[in-house]
Design a protein around this ligand. Structure first.
Ligand code: HEC
Length: 104
């Protein structure tokens, strides 16, 4: 039984490590982005990350531009609803989330 327990915990540790590698999904949850955004389906509240990625595929400075929107908020790109400002989120986390949106 001990051995099985060890294998299981190694497996779990491996999964967690993998999830952290290039995955910003934990950050989206932490900062409540998931309240308004979904990855692949458009919620009533906001565009999906897939749509955002498609729209900015050919924008050279999409990373900088979208990081600014996440920090300062934005509106009138997708509709009437506003994207709220998040001045308290560290730049590194903002960059990681935007990178994930653009590349996932
Ligand atoms: C209260 C709902 C809400 C929350 C919470 C929210 N968003 Fe948004 N987001 C929106 C809306 C609405 C838009 C579309 C705004 C527009 O039309 O310009 C948007 C747009 C965006 C865009 C595209 C901006 C553009 O100019 O095309 C990105 C990127 C984005 N959100 C990322 C995030 C991230 C990251 C978080 C979490 C830190 C987050 N959002 C949290 C509602 C929300």
């Amino acid at each position: 039984m001990r051995v099985i327990g060890m294998i299981v915990s190694l497996f779990v540790v491996g999964l967690v490590a993998q999830a952290h590698a290039d995955d910003a999904t934990g950050l989206f949850k932490k900062y409540k982005c998931t309240k308004c955004h979904a990855t692949d389906s458009r919620l009533e509240t906001a565009p999906s990350y897939d749509e955002i990625a498609r729209k900015y595929k050919t924008t050279a400075d999409a990373q900088t531009q979208l990081a600014k929107v996440v920090k300062d908020g934005g509106s009138d790109v997708w509709g009437e609803a506003r994207m709220p400002a998040n001045p308290y989120i560290p730049d590194a986390d903002v960059a990681a989330m935007v990178k994930w949106i653009l590349k996932h």
